[in-house]
Design a protein around this ligand. Structure first.
Ligand code: KIV
Length: 288
């Protein structure tokens, strides 16, 4: 892969993101879990990268996100930071890295900043997580909230389904968004809530950026899981995902071609290996 200049010459800050919103420009956000994809995402000019705990599924092959540890997250986040040194980077707090206590939450949020050079962290949950969110923000760490479908509590939410379709549950999401903003989160991800609810929360947000995942077009920006939008995750494709490029198919074609060429002796060709002179080869034979 040839080296080229980063598309973003100066690392964006919170102020850059808020300016985009004020200018009416949608914010682009993707998940990412490794150096190579991070390099490509930065070249493409993505605004923000989330090292999501979805790496439990996309990179580690678990069925869900619950087994993911802080050490898993830190290792992948460090790799992503090396690939995207000039992109706003958000670390996703895995299951039980913040739920047990405020102190645990601050300590683990701090690891993302100190060990992986993140710009912010994200954690799931509404009003019930306010003490953790306040603690992290008081420790000086920019924080993103996550409402609607929160995969770490999918079991309690009745599975991976749209949240806030009924007025009562929708009101709880509106109340949580307000409480999170008052606590100081600079951004909230709304995952799989109805488009009208997302629009309402976005219109009511004063000093908070609202991002949509499957929640419609009326947020300040969009986020998708990289493996979904690139056709890389084999187990399932959520209904709301658009596959922008089917990299999975391209890779599969390449793999089959490689197997075929090795099997039929058409690979390697002279340009794919190295030779030695007759003289050196003769010398070698005389030595063994
Ligand atoms: O872990 C993750 O990838 C997420 C997405 C739902 C954005 O939190």
């Amino acid at each position: 892969m040839s080296e080229s200049k980063p598309a973003v010459s100066k690392k964006p800050t919170l102020a850059t993101l808020f300016k985009k919103v004020a200018d009416g420009q949608p914010i682009t956000w993707l998940t990412c879990y490794d150096y190579t994809a991070a390099y490509l995402q930065e070249q493409a000019g993505i605004d923000m990268i989330l090292v999501g705990d979805s790496l439990g599924m996309t990179m580690l092959g678990y069925e869900g996100t619950l087994p993911v540890t802080m050490d898993d997250m830190i290792r992948h986040t460090q790799a992503v930071r090396r690939g995207a040194p000039n992109t706003f980077l958000i670390g996703d707090m895995p299951y039980m890295s913040y739920q047990p206590s405020v102190e645990t939450a601050i300590r683990n949020a701090g690891r993302f900043m100190a060990e992986a050079n993140c710009d912010a962290i994200k954690l799931e949950g509404g009003i019930e997580m306010l003490s953790r969110i306040r603690g992290i923000i008081e420790a000086g760490i920019p924080t993103v909230g996550h409402l609607g479908l929160t995969p770490q509590s999918a079991s309690a939410l009745g599975g991976f389904r749209v949240q806030g379709k009924g007025a009562e549950q929708a009101k709880r999401i509106v109340d949580s968004a307000k409480a999170l903003e008052e606590a100081g989160v600079f951004m909230i991800l709304l995952e799989m809530v109805p488009d009208r609810l997302c629009k309402l929360v976005t219109e009511r947000a004063k000093n908070c950026i609202i991002m949509s995942l499957g929640s419609g077009p009326d947020a300040h920006g969009q986020v998708l899981i990289y493996h979904d939008m690139m056709g890389l995750y084999p187990r399932f494709k959520p209904r709301m995902v658009k596959v922008f490029a089917n990299a999975g198919e391209v890779i599969l074609t390449g793999l089959k071609k490689y197997i075929e060429e090795v099997t039929t002796h058409t690979f390697p060709r002279p340009e794919n290996y190295f030779t030695m002179t007759d003289e050196e080869y003769k010398k070698l034979l005389s030595m063994i």
